[in-house]
Design a binder for this molecule. Structure first.
Ligand code: HDD
Length: 682
């Protein structure tokens, strides 16, 4: 039976707008005559309780905040569209994958995990990648991360994991950081965390931009077709701009230079019409393949390498609209792994099973009401009908006498007939038998083979970043036994890694931890490396261009045009924002040098008259500008006159340092090979 429209979801109170701008009113529509002065006895006398306008305004303000998300509190989001590019009706009856070109609206929220809502964007952390598809068969939320595995195997450990990584219980610091005792204490006692931890120590955890990171559904799900045939599936988002990361020192300095680095990047790209895109890929496999793998596909701490089950790209995600209001949309967005559509199904992954409870529960405490689904960003865009009624903040006005099913009062016809739809969601039938018990399957017991696979898949430079990240983090651990215990686990991953970390910490190599299941060698996967898959492009990249009074305007204009022609953007910087008098015209800078450090850019350029360059060579902001760009392995394109700044900064030329007209080509890369010359990595 077709579903009867009960509400359009977005219609109704959801679309209530503020009354148009001319007259300020109270929340109840009463016009203000004065929004500057409260009601007083005389102009210097006491304020009156009678001032209902003052009281309503302050009352509303006092309650503006809602509880922030317990994890993933800091995030940024956008609206967009998912387009099916390669339909898979043979694999699933999900409507959004049924036809080529079919479009489904989406809302996507990216986030960090550990920090609070007001924390910074660039700490070392896993990133959330949550997608709400508003399909014609209800909302499907694919609530994933930018790392394809998770720290723990069983949802019952989630509160422990989160408590350990968040600010420590007595002192409420550190904010948004894993580099502290309690996190590493937990990790070193829970070797199942090590696979995600090695990803978190890699450059995956310091992405350059939300637009340049992958997303993963993490769990194994099921696809079910119209005939009821099932297959396993893993979901992957691949950024069209390719994967790009920061370097560690840069990400730390960005925390001072721009707390909102990723938020701003996403917002500005969309506002400029440079819409971020991802491909949706699926790894589809059957039970026989799963049975032949040396790990369990229900274990969320494991990947299936793309070399074992290749990705099939079936769609494209485009983010094309910024939210109109951060609170109403991004903050109130409620994602639920239990939001699933016919044609997709859960598996028995014990982490996923726990999530199916947690998210629904958490929304009640964050949004305060069981009616959180009526908030426009959460409401389905398809018709919906049920007999759920009332509750706090009910904004729908269901009509009729009957609020039960079956009934023969309000439904069409004499005979109510079956109300459930034959095309409705059916849980894939599955025979289940066993003893009730609390026990981890033995097939979940290998915690080292996949971290080893990850390590061996990286370039030498990426391995050095990982080893150095372990050393950095463990050096912040004050408890020697925790450091030692962690290194004892690293020995099972790779002796060389353990040795490098031990040397970096200045400790002797401890005994290896006894493994529950001894690790095995799995073939490395090139798909896991960022550097091996770097796309040399200017698209999505930003060049910081330093000029000053007297600079050659034609040269600046030419360089900007050349960079923009290849899809890059330019941010101009000068000691004063101006307008400044240049050779050939005037120009205003986008930013002042003191507030525009080079960490904000992917590459830098300098076009300066010699006397201005001489002056800047005595300015620490200019010296820091090029020193950091060099240390962060970025291209530096400069004119002859500005050589004096490079000399003062002690920069020895390499292939990434050259004349400014070479910048459009040079700025496509980072110069990883430079790193060995300037940083002592573990
Ligand atoms: Fe979770 C939020 C991702 C395991 C409990 N989680 C949350 C968000 C993301 C993830 C992206 C933010 C969504 C948004 O933008 O609003 N979580 C994951 C992934 C997991 C995972 C990829 C493992 C594969 N989470 C997980 C477990 C539990 C939770 C095992 C609890 C048993 N997660 C929550 C939560 C949050 C949440 C407490 C906080 C706010 C919210 O849900 O809406 O319920």
């Amino acid at each position: 039976m077709a579903r009867t429209p009960h509400d359009t979801g977005l219609g109704n109170a959801g679309e209530t707008q503020q009354r148009g701008g001319e007259v300020l009113t109270s929340n109840h529509g009463i016009p203000f005559s004065d929004n500057q002065n409260s009601l007083r006895v005389g102009d210097r006398g006491p304020t009156l309780l009678e001032d209902f306008l003052l009281r309503e305004k302050i009352f509303h303000f006092d309650h503006e905040r809602i509880p922030e998300r317990i994890v993933h509190a800091r995030g940024s989001a956008a609206h967009g569209v998912f387009t099916c590019t390669d339909p898979i009706p043979d694999l699933t009856r999900a409507a959004l994958f049924a036809e080529k070109g079919k479009e489904t609206p989406v809302f996507v929220r990216f986030s960090t995990v550990a920090g609070g809502a007001g924390s910074v964007d660039t700490p070392r952390d896993v990133r959330g990648f949550a997608v709400k598809f508003y399909t014609e068969e209800g909302n499907w939320d694919l609530v994933g991360n930018n790392i394809p595995v998770f720290f723990i195997q069983d949802a019952i450990k989630f509160p422990d994991l989160v408590h350990s990584v968040k600010m420590e219980a007595d002192r409420a610091y550190p904010q948004a950081a894993t580099a502290h005792d309690t996190f590493w204490d937990f990790v070193s006692l829970m070797p199942e965390t090590l696979h995600t931890v090695i990803w978190a120590m890699s450059d995956r955890a310091i992405p350059r931009s939300y637009r340049m990171m992958q997303g993963f559904g993490v769990h194994t799900f099921k696809l079910v077709n119209a005939a009821g045939e099932e297959r396993f599936v893993k979901f992957h988002w691949r950024p069209v701009l390719g994967l790009q990361s920061l370097v560690w020192d840069e990400s730390a300095k960005l925390q001072g230079a721009d707390n909102d680095y990723h938020r701003r990047d996403l917002y500005e790209a969309i506002a400029a019409g440079d819409f971020p895109q991802w491909e949706l890929g699926v790894q589809v496999f059957d039970q026989a393949l799963a049975d032949g793998l040396p790990y369990d596909v229900l274990d969320a701490t494991k990947i299936i390498p793309e070399e074992v089950v290749p990705l099939r790209v079936i769609g494209r995600l485009t983010l094309n609209r910024n939210p109109d209001n951060f609170f109403a949309e991004t903050e109130q967005a409620a994602f639920l792994p239990s939001n699933i559509v016919p044609g997709v199904d859960f598996t028995d992954d014990p982490l996923l099973q726990g999530r199916l409870f947690s998210y629904l529960d958490t929304q009640k405490s964050r949004l305060g009401t069981t009616n959180f689904h009526q908030i426009p960003v959460n409401a389905p865009k398809c018709p919906f009908a049920n007999m759920m009624r009332d509750g706090m903040m009910q904004t729908h006005i269901p009509k009729g006498r009957a609020n039960y099913e079956p009934n023969s009062l309000d439904m069409a016809g004499e005979d109510p007939g079956p109300r459930a739809s034959v095309t409705g969601f059916i849980t894939a039938p599955q025979a289940v038998q066993g003893e009730k018990l609390r026990q981890r399957a033995e097939s979940f017991g290998d915690h080292y083979s996949q971290p080893r696979l990850f390590w061996r898949s990286q370039t030498a430079n990426e391995q050095a970043h990982i080893a150095s990240a372990f050393v950095f983090e463990l050096s912040k651990v004050t408890l020697p036994h925790v450091r030692i215990r962690l290194v004892s686990h690293l020995r099972n991953i790779e002796e060389e890694l353990a040795q490098r970390v031990a040397t970096g910490l200045g400790i002797d190599l401890p005994e290896a931890a006894p493994p529950f299941r001894p690790p095995v060698d799995l073939p490395p996967s090139d798909a896991l490396s960022i550097q091996k898959n770097w796309q040399e492009t200017l698209k999505g990249r930003k060049v910081g261009l330093l000029f000053a009074e007297g600079s050659d305007k034609a040269a600046i204009d030419g360089l900007i045009a050349a960079i923009e022609a290849e899809g890059g953007t330019v941010f101009t910087i000068a000691p004063k924002v101006g307008p400044l008098q240049l050779k050939g015209g005037t120009m205003q800078a986008d930013g002042q040098l003191a507030g525009s450090p080079s960490v904000l850019f992917d590459a830098v350029g300098m076009i300066l008259m010699p006397e201005q360059a001489e002056k800047l060579a005595r300015d620490s902001a200019a010296i820091g500008f090029v020193m950091d760009a060099f240390a962060h392995l970025k291209a530096i394109g400069h004119c002859k006159g500005s050589q004096v700044i490079l000399d003062r900064a002690g920069i020895a030329p390499d292939e990434g340092v050259g004349p400014y007209d070479g910048l459009p080509a040079m700025a496509k890369r980072r110069y990883w090979a430079r790193e060995a010359t300037l940083r002592d990595l573990a």
